[in-house]
Ligand binder design. Structure first.
Ligand code: FAD
Length: 759
């Protein structure tokens, strides 16, 4: 028993921790930064004021994490985030394809707890910063659950707290609001009076059908007059969670200090909407429904943005500017919202897309005032307009991984964060990121330092694509439909034979298009055009295009809609081969074509986007000028996703036991192996609410074994479901040969792999 008499001076229990890197904020950015830094070999303390990790992606807020793929509604093919962010998404798909936010929480906690280098302090709020001159010295944080005061000191600090509590208290320069057009020449800069300056907060709700009638009496504070919401006609009984992203409020207030008031207003709107659904009589289908969950922590979109060594702007995103210190990629639209949110009569968002993905420079994450401070998440150094794109969680999370590698490098090599952007350092940081499967547009993994680069490589077969085989699946050519095919600079012609079914004599219009920038997937330049007369019935249409002027690039074989014509769709699913359609995806402002008003600094172009599985089959055709898309030399590309080619070794369809063999003249000591598989980087893999058809994507090799020179199996798995499979051996394996046997899943999906490295 503990019994104490009156004491004049009591104080909290205090715990001091010294670490290498202190990260404040355990949203997706802080979490991915912590895991990445820990794996680079530094000690990390991760302080998160909530009981779970994930921030807006957690079960407390329940936003689906998105990034460059933009719900697969823009032209950014194969742009999904990789690295630790991708690992989390792929694990979430494996365990939780239904998108249960609670399961997503468990994955984040598990990943962090598995890292010995991370000390995780949940329920712990950072509230005080000691700093002297341009250095942060320590941070105080309080845990209300264990009533402990933590004094945390570190060599480097990373602020991933959303509102930027750490940077603010450390005195770093920041902005809150919108820049004028004049400041950076950003033509999308809002008219502040009409549109406001800040994006507001949101609270979501989930409902469920109980199978019997349920009454609802609204709380006294619920909104009474639903017509106060200009968008009330959008309310639907079957909408839930993220469908209600437009319940937004607070953009005209102080989105930090007024947050509690904003929360009450959002609850008022949420319960008012539910009252309308339950009691207006307009939704009889809601009779058995009840509220299952209402958010208690508002999802915050925007507050402070801190000033780094560089501030990204609209032009960097639209022109896809290149940076020497690029650490990550983005691709979400420039997405701004009227500050009046749910009470605004204006469209609830303005989204303008770029033609492809863009680079994010490290300098946006390094404080220009405080020497040992990094930024991560939505608070990084970007203009209000650029923030419209960089703020989404998967984009901020991959940039945060770049921050983590830079921070670890700066600690281990005793250089300042700002020095890590210099050529001699940034190249190593970029290479470390690429090795961990991160994507930085236009950069390649330098393979020369790996033992694997000295090996003689042989493969059991290589796919020379001569056909996308026909199936029983004929579909009417309802909308513009295209088959994407990669061609090489040495190719003179592309010759195709397309099976067609016509209900009457008609004309088939086919256009061959390419992107002006071969690293984009926005078909905009016409290379060839056909008007083919077809007769009633089944037949083949022959098409030959001159491609001699093109370099390595994807071409789009575009079929104009014609309801008298059916095309055949193949069951063959092949790495780097995709069909796309000119269809709308209003959720991301894709109306088939981007038609911006003049003079807002945005390009006009067509959207050609894929269908989600189980749809999205390739258009069947014979390829009379075969495409050598699966050659083993693709393993040397240093790029682990399709860009200007498949970048993958792809085995032949008929290869029953695809095998990759590496041989050296002398035995080598192998202590680590990395294999980079195709976990479908075109798949948006939304983390929450959005269900997905399968837990492992069809292209991904699940089962394989690695054998040494004696045929002894040194590694095997049957459960791979990730882009990056990392294998390390406690004792190096001495061998002059490695043989990797891959198991094919079915006859229509050939085995593929982007890269294999070992050391
Ligand atoms: C309604 C809404 C819809 C959106 N739509 C999407 C979408 O569809 N997809 C998408 O990817 N993004 C979307 N966004 C944007 C995205 O959610 C945010 O930009 C993103 O969460 C920013 O990530 P972050 O890690 O910086 O912040 P957060 O996710 O907010 O994480 C910061 C964490 O730091 C913690 N923290 C704060 N202060 C302290 C402290 N003092 N001590 C310790 N911890 C602290 C917070 O509790 C929080 O968990 C949306 C945002 C909102 C609000």
């Amino acid at each position: 028993m503990i019994q104490e008499t009156y004491s004049k001076n009591r104080s909290l229990k205090e715990v001091s921790i010294e670490t290498d890197l202190l990260i404040v904020g355990g949203g997706l950015s802080g979490t991915c930064a912590a895991i990445t830094a820990a794996r680079q070999g530094v000690k990390v303390v991760l302080v998160q004021d909530r009981p779970v990790l994930g921030g807006n992606a957690s079960s407390e807020v329940r936003l689906w994490a998105l990034g460059a793929t933009s719900h697969m509604g823009n032209n950014n093919r194969w742009s999904r985030e990789t690295g630790v962010t991708g690992e989390i998404l792929e694990e979430n798909l494996y365990r939780n394809k239904e998108g249960n936010a609670l399961i997503f929480d468990t994955i984040l906690i598990e990943k962090v707890k598995q890292e010995e280098n991370i000390t995780l302090l949940l329920n712990t709020s950072a509230f005080e910063v000691a700093h002297e001159g341009t250095q942060i010295q320590s941070v105080k944080a309080f845990n209300s659950q264990n009533s402990t005061l933590y004094k945390l000191s570190a060599k480097r600090y990373c602020d991933a707290s959303g509102d930027g509590v750490l940077s603010f208290l450390a005195g770093a320069s920041f902005r809150m609001g919108a820049e004028t057009i004049e400041e950076f020449g950003e033509k999308m800069a809002p008219n502040v009076e009409q549109y406001g300056e800040l994006l507001g907060h949101t609270i979501y709700f989930y409902t469920k059908d109980t199978g019997k009638p349920v009454n609802f009496t609204p709380p006294a504070y619920a909104l009474k007059d639903i017509e106060e919401l200009p968008r009330f006609k959008n309310i639907q009984a079957d909408h839930t969670g993220c469908n209600y992203w437009w319940i937004e409020y607070g953009g005209r207030l102080d989105t930090i200090h007024d947050t509690e008031d904003i929360k009450y207003e959002l609850w008022k709107v949420v319960y008012g909407i539910w009252n309308y659904i339950k009691n207006s009589g307009n939704f009889p289908e809601a009779e058995n429904m009840t509220l299952e969950w209402v958010g208690t922590v508002p999802g915050k979109r925007e507050s402070r943005r801190f000033e780094g060594l560089y501030m990204m702007k609209q032009q960097d995103i639209i022109k896809q500017n290149k940076f020497e210190d690029a650490i990550a990629h983005g691709g979400w639209a420039l997405d701004l919202h009227p500050s009046d949110g749910v009470y605004s009569a204006l469209p609830s968002c303005t989204q303008w897309h770029s033609k492809g993905t863009y680079q994010i420079p490290l300098r946006t994450a390094i404080s220009r005032d405080i020497d040992n401070l990094y930024f991560a998440g939505r608070l990084v150094s970007v203009s209000h307009v650029a923030f419209g794109s960089t703020r989404v969680m998967l984009t901020s999370a991959v940039a945060a991984e770049g921050v983590a590698v830079s921070a670890a490098y700066s600690i281990l090599n005793d250089v300042l964060p700002k020095e890590t952007v210099e050529k001699e350092h940034i190249t190593k940081i970029q290479q470390a990121l690429l090795e961990k499967s991160s994507y930085i547009p236009h950069l390649k993994l330098d393979k020369s330092k790996y033992v694997s680069s000295k090996a003689k490589v042989s493969v059991s077969s290589e796919l020379n694509l001569t056909e996308l085989r026909t199936s029983e699946n004929w579909k009417t050519l309802q909308m513009p439909s295209a088959q994407m095919l990669p061609i090489t600079s040495d190719q003179k012609e592309l010759s195709l034979r397309v099976p067609v079914n016509a209900s009457e004599a008609t004309t088939l219009e086919v256009t061959l298009k390419v992107s002006l920038d071969p690293t984009n997937f926005t078909p905009e330049k016409v290379i060839g055009l056909y008007s083919k007369e077809v007769k009633e019935g089944s037949q083949h249409v022959d098409l030959t295009f001159d491609v001699s002027e093109l370099g390595d690039t994807y071409v789009f074989v575009c079929f104009a809609p014609n309801t008298a014509i059916q095309l055949n769709y193949s069951e063959d699913r092949i790495t780097g081969i995709l069909s796309v359609f000119r269809k709308e995806n209003k959720a991301v402002s894709n109306f088939g074509e981007q038609k911006p008003p003049a003079d807002i600094g945005i390009d006009g172009f067509e959207f050609w986007t894929p269908q989600r599985r189980p749809e999205g089959q390739n258009i069947a055709m014979q390829i009379k000028t075969p495409l050598f898309i699966g050659k083993k030399e693709n393993l040397n590309s240093g790029i682990i996703r399709p860009v200007q080619s498949t970048n993958a070794w792809i085995a032949d369809f008929e290869d029953n036991q695809p095998t990759l063999t590496l041989e050296w003249e002398e035995a080598k000591d192998i202590s680590s192996i990395k294999l980079y598989f195709d976990a479908d980087l075109d798949h948006a893999m939304e983390s929450t609410q959005f269900g997905h058809p399968e837990s492992v994507v069809p292209y991904c090799v699940e089962s394989f074994r690695i054998k040494d020179e004696n045929g002894k199996c040194i590694f095997q798995t049957e459960t791979n479901h990730s882009t990056l499979c990392e294998i390390s051996f406690d004792q190096p394996v001495k061998t002059s040969k490695l043989e990797v046997e891959f198991d094919r899943k079915n006859n229509s999906t050939p085995v593929s792999i982007f890269d294999f490295i070992c050391n």
